[in-house]
Unconditional design. Structure first.
Length: 341
């Protein structure tokens, strides 16, 4: 981590959308459509009206940002995050941004704009949030669309962070001694892996050290050959690193589990096309209040619909392993931090 305050790591606001030619599916995407060949392919399908209503007929009613600085009680470090959210009818789509990177004018530019224009906006966070809002509008997180709800109990910010971490880590299926690359350092996730004896490689754009003093690498791609599974933040959609991670997972058959406040309705579309499972958390995020909440999980081990099995009991996590020291490496710019340490 960099300094006492942990900064969220999204793409620069001017970053262009990444290109990809990867393809292949093994499971139906939410709402019954085939999985896209790439992120750009998904955007093209949305623009063409192949996923739902013509996006030129839908307009964003509300655009807003949520900025937070957090230091959980009992934790040594903190972090800060900023999230752009766009409301389309009942749906809210979101994308994290580097704090202070998004101008007030950019937010105002989204209000009243039709979704198609925002899907081609010059700013990456706007494009991602618009796609997320559109897909949430078309296929909300419901069992009919392949999602299984997971209640989050009321509690302190740290208690809710740990509850979410447990729900995320349960989506992994690793054997004793197998190593997980964690792209987007979230201390509660690392804590959950440690409690299960699962070795991990912490990776984040900002580098630094974990709560336990472990060095955080900065090059996710350089570590892909040193891990058996990948656990990555949805913020990879905003910094361009999602496609390389997905392509690698698809090519070698490696497990890729996503946890997402950014693009929570986008990532389930890639189930079977490199993505193994998704823990989706649309706005309002768990850190906004101490009351009851809910997240939505997709993927292997969860239900019969869309190729999923039934959810394991809460006292029988699906992640196993004996205690091994974490593995570390060094490198490039592909980590990020979701809003939950």
């Amino acid at each position: 981590m960099s300094g006492a305050i942990r900064a969220g790591s999204a793409a620069p606001a001017s970053q262009e959308r990444p290109a990809s030619t990867s393809s292949g599916t093994t499971a139906p995407a939410p709402s019954g459509t085939s999985a896209p060949a790439s992120y750009d392919d998904l955007v093209s399908r949305a623009l063409a009206g192949r996923l739902g209503p013509d996006p030129r007929s839908l307009r964003i009613a509300v655009a807003f940002t949520t900025s937070q600085v957090v230091r959980h009680d009992g934790r040594r470090g903190g972090y800060r995050n900023e999230v752009l959210s766009l409301r389309l009818d009942r749906a809210v789509g979101s994308c994290a941004v580097e704090p202070g990177a998004l101008s007030e004018g950019a937010v105002g530019d989204c209000v009243g704009a039709h979704v198609a224009r925002l899907l081609e906006h010059p700013l990456t966070p706007v494009r991602v949030a618009a796609l997320d809002a559109y897909l949430m509008h078309v296929a909300p997180h419901t069992p009919e669309n392949g999602a299984l709800p997971r209640p989050l109990p009321a509690g302190s910010s740290l208690e809710k962070s740990r509850a979410r971490a447990t729900a995320v880590v349960e989506l992994l299926d690793v054997r004793p001694g197998q190593t997980v690359l964690v792209v987007g350092v979230v201390n509660s996730l690392l804590e959950a892996l440690r409690s299960r004896g699962v070795p991990y490689i912490p990776c984040d754009l900002k580098g630094g050290r974990t709560e336990w003093g472990e060095p955080i690498v900065t090059d996710a791609l350089a570590e892909l050959d040193h891990c058996d599974a990948v656990l990555a933040s949805g913020m990879t959609l905003g910094n361009g690193s999602f496609e390389p991670l997905r392509e690698h997972a698809l090519r070698v058959g490696k497990q890729l589990v996503m946890f997402a406040q950014t693009g929570s309705a986008v990532l389930p579309r890639f189930l079977g096309a490199g993505v193994s499972a998704v823990c989706a958390e649309p706005y309002p995020f768990f850190w906004l209040d101490g009351g009851l909440g809910v997240i939505h999980r997709y993927g292997h081990g969860l239900g019969h619909e869309h190729g999923h099995r039934s959810d394991p009991p809460s006292d029988h996590p699906s992640v196993h392993g004996s205690v091994h020291p974490p593995v570390h490496g060094s490198g490039h710019r592909d980590g990020c931090t979701e809003a939950a340490l």
